[in-house]
Design a protein around this ligand. Structure first.
Ligand SMILES: [Zn+2]
Length: 250
C-alpha cells in the first residue's frame, strides 16, 4: 500500500470506528459497514438473500456478511476448534475463514477448488472437481462448500459426492443464493452467454437461481437438512439477518 493510501485507510478506520459491530476476522470494531454488491434487477425481483447492494463489508479487512456468518456458525455454534481430531474438507475456500481453520491444526484440513485459468489460488488449495472427489467413502467429519452448487449443472451429483465422502454422523455446510419469493428453482443449461446468465441468474457464471425447493434436492441424495438461523445471536459480527445456514447431516 502506498503511503497516501495507507493514511487514507487509517483515516477511514477512525471515521467508522464504533461499538455496533466487530469483525471476527480482524477484530475491527465499527459503527457501520461498507456498502458492497450491485443491484441487478433479477436479484431484486427474486429477493435473493445476500445478493445486491447492501451494507456488509468490514472497513478494515473487507470481510463480508456471508463469511462472517460462516465463522459464527463453525466456530461459535459448532465449536469446531474444541475437537482437533477431525477431517475437514473445504471446497472453494473463503480466504479469511480458511486461514483461521488452517491455524487450528486439525487432523486434516483439505482445501480444493476447480482451477480455472485467470484465477489465482492460494498454495494450500488443490485442484479438485467436486463431481469426482478423490477421497474414500466416509472420510470427512465436515465439508464446507459454499456458493459452488449454483455454478454446476449437475448439482445433485456434486451433492451426492459430498455426501459420499462424509462419515455417517458427519455434516456439510452448503450455502447457495436463494430466492426468498420463489418456490421452484429456475435453471436453464442451454444459456451459456455470460450476459444472459447475469440477467437471469444474477451472475455471469451461474446456471440457476435456487428457490425454496433447494432442500428437496439436498434430501434427494440422502442429507438430513437443518436450516439454522443464528443471525440474532451473532448480530455483533454483522451477519445477514435473513441468511439461514444449510446444515446437512449424513
Ligand atoms: Zn475485518
Amino acid at each position: 500500500m502506498s503511503i497516501v493510501k495507507n493514511i487514507k485507510h487509517k483515516i477511514k478506520l477512525l471515521v467508522h470506528a464504533g461499538n455496533t459491530y466487530q469483525c471476527p476476522f480482524c477484530r475491527y470494531s465499527s459503527r457501520d459497514l461498507e456498502i458492497v454488491g450491485h443491484d441487478l434487477p433479477v436479484l431484486m425481483e427474486k429477493q435473493v438473500i445476500g445478493g445486491g447492494k447492501r451494507a456488509a463489508g468490514c472497513w478494515k479487512c473487507k470481510s463480508r456478511d456471508r463469511e462472517r456468518l460462516l465463522y459464527s456458525f463453525v466456530f461459535e455454534e459448532l465449536k469446531i476448534a474444541e475437537n482437533k481430531n477431525q477431517r475437514i474438507l473445504h471446497i472453494a475456500p473463503e480466504p479469511k475463514l480458511s486461514k483461521v481453520l488452517m491455524a487450528q491444526n486439525f487432523q486434516e484440513y483439505i482445501c480444493g477448488d476447480l482451477f480455472t485459468e485467470g484465477y489465482h489460488y492460494a498454495d494450500h488449495v488443490h485442484n479438485m472437481n467436486v463431481l469426482d472427489l478423490q477421497f474414500p467413502d466416509n472420510y470427512f467429519n465436515l465439508a464446507i462448500c459454499n456458493h459452488v452448487l449454483e455454478h454446476i449443472p449437475e448439482d445433485t451429483k456434486a451433492m451426492a459426492e459430498i455426501y459420499r465422502v462424509l462419515k455417517p454422523g458427519g455434516a456439510a455446510i452448503l450455502q447457495v443464493p436463494i430466492s426468498k419469493n420463489t418456490e421452484k428453482t429456475h435453471e436453464d443449461f442451454t444459456i451459456s452467454d455470460p450476459l444472459k446468465r447475469e440477467e437471469l441468474f444474477g451472475q455471469f457464471d451461474h446456471v440457476r437461481i435456487y428457490g425454496r425447493d433447494y432442500t428437496t434436492r439436498l434430501e434427494s441424495v440422502g442429507f438430513k437438512v437443518k436450516q439454522r438461523n443464528v443471525s440474532e445471536k451473532y448480530k455483533k459480527f454483522a451477519v445477514n439477518p435473513e441468511e439461514n445456514i444449510f446444515y446437512c447431516e449424513k
